[in-house]
Design a protein around this ligand. Sequence first.
Ligand code: ZN
Ligand code: ZN
Length: 361
Amino acid sequence: MAAAGVCRSSARGDLEKLYECCSLLCSDLCDRASRSSWGLKAAMVLLHVTFVGVIFLFDANLIRKTREEPWFTAVYLVVFVATLVQYFLTSGSSPGYVIDAMRAGNGSNTTYQRQSNSRNGNIISSMTQNQLERQSSYSTSFWSKLVMDLYPPGSAIRNWTCTYCNIIQPPRAKHCHDCDKCVLQFDHHCVWLGTCIGQGNHCRFWWYIFEETILCVWTVVLYITFLHSEIVKACLFCLDFGMLTISAWADLIRWKDFIAIVLLALLLFCLIFLLLLLVFHSYLALTNQTTYEMVRRHRILYLRGIPEKVHPFSRGISKNLYTFCCPRGSRYTLEAIPRMEELEERARPYTCIDIISCRCC
Ligand SMILES: [Zn+2]
Ligand SMILES: [Zn+2]
């Protein structure tokens, strides 16, 4: 009887979970924004399947090679699946919303990492909610106290309050009009992924571009190999039958070759774009910058007056990479704006001693 009771309760639990899943799916399908997001994802999958599927349909040599050396195609398909998985993971990841960081702070004893960019002093100091309660009367929100400490003394709260969310933005945060939320370390809103890129998913985004670039390079090589074998075949045919006129060549170009040429041109365009994007985001990771900070440097209030060549949040290449690559888990990192004296010191030109001592690292 007891066993039957347990089975019944577990079956009821399963049914409740299934009901919750169905309701979530239904609400997603009813919502226009979610529908367009799912439409975008379906279009991206279809695009990938088309580029990869066409070459397998057209290229008989590739099919023969797959039979002889299955590992070659297996590795290619692993890269293909890994890219799509990375796409969905990045698309579904949170960029790190300011409101979530604020709510996390309202829980008990949440720890924030408050990074100072000083190369000599303490790099990271932690501040807990309890510490803050002791430091100030808790009538003013602990969030405003925490955030305003990151700005230079004398900064006005109203300058950093988002007029849409009505919350105080820490340095490097920006309101995204597509997500309708403020994002920590805002980079950009990616239309292909349907999400913002920020503190929480910038590294994942870099890996997505990297995998997409590898897949694109490999697919371009497959298309070029196919077209090359077609050209060789056509040349041999022409030589055998003495057809050396342009019209004879045009007759030999089949519809398959035409489609392959068009797809190859599109792939090359995508490859150039991906390579540029990969180099650009690698540079951002090495210098601890965001696209928004780089493009709008002169319009961002806290970046005004900072020497042009100085990256204010950079703490050296190795530390920047460590911060970029290592998962922060549930922690939110809030970075303070460095003091002007420190920035001026960093702006001084490199000397031989600086190069030997790896000042940039
Ligand atoms: Zn906002
Ligand atoms: Zn967004």
